[in-house]
Design a protein around this ligand. Structure first.
Ligand SMILES: Cc1ncc(COP(=O)(O)O)c(C=O)c1O
Length: 329
């Protein structure tokens, strides 16, 4: 039987309003140019839809998370920044915090589960952050990061329950709807749920007709199961898709997606790897597994999206060499 006890998390903070996303956009304008969103005829032919790929893989860290990291560090006082930030991550949240900490000259400690993606680990070190490998999975890494933050007086940055992260990530969806206001659907990959929460926040105000659809690995279904049940659940966390490897639901994103998400789909890791290959073949785009998950959701139900205008978020490009070899084999 799966363990259904709620995670020992403090109460989730309040949801950011849309104005926080607008403020984040103004802040990020001097750091990150908007990422492109392209449609590819080959991908349209393969899927039978009009697909727009939002290229968050084109961020300087190779993933959308950097929007949140910069927004969060900018919101801290100089004294808080001097004490630094501690995070836990399989890689992209870590790179986001390390990148933002380097920019703001703040100390940064990152706990990654043992044997991390070497490319992500060396990117974090290259950004000047301290990297600690600890625990078998993200949940064990989280506990260690919490101890470390308490010991050193650093701010522990949650992977999900952070309004500033969500407001920062929401800037990606402002760009999506600015570029294509008449989308039928936007499909968002989910780990902790900050991306899905951000998409819901923006779509609710600027594109209420657009259906926001979340997608997660069936091997790590905590956010999905939490959304379906309306309760924060912990679940087995066995996906090999790093960005989606989360074992519990997070209160804040769950609250933000609860009534706004049109659907939440689960995919197996093989379907995600197949979509990674199609992303390369049809969209000339190197995506890590999480970055191809939205495409996998589209391909899993082509009839549902036939002829529709659908944005898929290519959320990241930081595939390990092993992962790349597997999906091109
Ligand atoms: C590339 C990529 N896509 C998607 C996700 C899932 O994002 P969230 O945890 O905000 O749901 C992550 C999380 O780290 C990621 O790195």
């Amino acid at each position: 039987m799966p363990d259904t006890s709620p995670p020992p998390a403090p109460p989730a903070p309040p949801a950011p309003p849309l104005t926080d996303a607008l403020r984040a956009r103004r802040l990020l304008a001097s750091h990150l140019p908007p990422t492109p969103m392209w449609s590819y005829s080959a991908l349209n032919a393969t899927t039978g839809s009009v697909v727009f790929v939002k290229h968050e893989n084109a961020q300087p860290t190779g993933a959308f998370k950097v929007r949140g990291g910069l927004t969060l560090l900018a919101s801290m006082t100089p004294a808080e920044r001097a004490r630094g930030v501690a995070g836990y991550s399989t890689g992209n949240h870590a790179q986001s915090l390390a990148y933002a900490a380097a920019h703001f000259e703040a100390p940064c400690a990152i706990v990654m589960p043992k044997d991390p993606n070497p490319a992500k680990a060396s990117a974090v070190r290259a950004l000047g952050a301290e990297l600690i490998e600890h625990g078998a999975d993200l949940d064990e890494a989280r506990a260690h990061a919490a101890d470390l933050a308490a010991e050193r007086g650093m701010r522990l940055v949650s992977a999900g329950d952070e309004p500033e992260l969500i407001a920062g990530v929401a800037t990606a969806y402002l760009e999506v709807f600015e570029r294509e206001p008449d989308l039928d659907a936007v499909i968002v990959p989910v780990g902790g749920g900050s991306g899905a929460a951000a998409a819901c926040l923006v779509a609710a105000s600027v594109a209420p007709r657009c259906r926001v659809i979340a997608a997660q690995s069936a091997a790590s279904p905590a956010a999905h199961d939490s959304w379906r049940s309306g309760r924060l659940l912990t679940r087995p966390n066995r996906t090999r898709v790093e960005g989606l490897a989360t074992g519990c639901g997070f209160g804040l994103p769950q609250r933000m997606i609860r009534d706004r998400l049109a659907d939440f789909v689960l995919l197996d890791d093989e379907a995600i790897a197949a979509a990674q290959w199609l992303m390369m073949r049809d969209a000339h785009t190197l995506a890590e597994g999480a970055g191809a998950t939205a495409l996998a959701a589209l391909l899993a139900d082509p009839a549902r999206f036939a002829g529709r205008r659908v944005a898929i978020v290519c959320s990241g490009a930081n595939a390990s060499e092993r992962e790349l070899r597997r999906c091109t084999a």
